[in-house]
Design a protein around this ligand. Sequence first.
Ligand SMILES: [Zn+2]
Length: 446
Amino acid sequence: MKPVFELKCWVKKLYRQGGKFRAYLDELEHTETMALYELQRLQNRRLRRMVDHCVANVPYYRDLFHALKLRPEDIQTPDDLQQLPLLDKQTVNQNFERLIARNHQNWLCQIAKTSGTTGSPAKFIRDFNAINFENAAIWRQWRKGGDFGKKRVTLRGGIIAPVAQTEPPFWRHNPANRELQMSSFHLSMKNSRAYVDEILRFQPKVLYCLPSLGALLGRFFRHHGVSYQFDRIFTSSESLEPDTLAFLEETFQTRVVDWYGQTERVAAIGQCHLGRYHIQEDYAIVELWPSNDADTYELVGTHLHNFVMPLLRYRTHDFVTVDLSSCACGSVFRPVREIVGRSGKTPIITPEGCHITITAHITCGINNLLETQFQQEKPGEVILNVVTNGQFSEWDKAQLIQNTLQYTSPLMRVEVRKVDEIPRGPNGKFISIVNSAGMERQGSVV
Ligand SMILES: [Zn+2]
């Protein structure tokens, strides 16, 4: 099996970093140095190209423009986009086929499934160039952070080893990326020494992780009295709370660089070397849509590079607080103070003591779900509060329970509760996991 896995790693690397990857990376490293007016001119050109394509080739937009009595030339700049309605996930689900460009060859496209922050499943199609562009944007961030292809360890929510497996190895080696991929589903005190020893053996220079999982790994190192220094830690996919940031930097004696993106790939935010967050203005058109809270804005994004299934004015349901002061790093990209929409570090704790913060695998592919919240009141039990579209069947429910057992623990007791709505937290933020079962504090031993 090992040679097959290794071959897959090389093919995947070729796929993500083939085609226009190198050209995109060079271009992105240039566009971030552009003056604002130059960048705006470039983005306007790209926007017009995308709108022309949408109206000519995508049935959903052709009909939308017709209904609104708009012509493609009515959209010249990001401000003109306001003539179009916002697009949400439900509309994408209802119009999936009509959002696919008719002139597009499906060769090398990829279907991405997500449950997003709200646990509402959806799927999107990306073309080969869009995949190359995404990887180039991420690589720019890594290179800026100091990683030019060093040995790395990743703890990014992957399953890696079967959940029911009780003995190491809970990891595998990806030779194409010089990477040690570690399972996020076996991180427990019982397995902690095995994780620490494997990292000491592999000697990675960089850690790629979800903040909650990096912190858990840090607690293992501290618990076993082992000191380890990374050259850099790159985090993404969850809120990076100040206490987690401080804990990671102190434990692994390095700087943390954070990144925000989403499966829909309509907006990206990265930290500069001063630690400030900047909207990646050359990645997409990003609008800041006012929310109920005066200081908080929803990220609304428009694709400029994905021509197979373009999203115009897509609502991410992720929010930022705006920072009006300029950044001393000199970037013309708009700074934001905080990204408040991402799920936090609260875990579901399994009967075996593992911490599960990733729930996307559980709700992915379940039909008729609109929102899902995981609630833990007692150890070893989890309640799934679900908002459905009314057609949620017993089969869907059984599948949801099955997935929960598969991706948490076969010993977990699972209850599914239908609810009319899931109350939002502060700033309208959706909270995907609520745990009142006696959580350990950050920094304490698991
Ligand atoms: Zn900056």
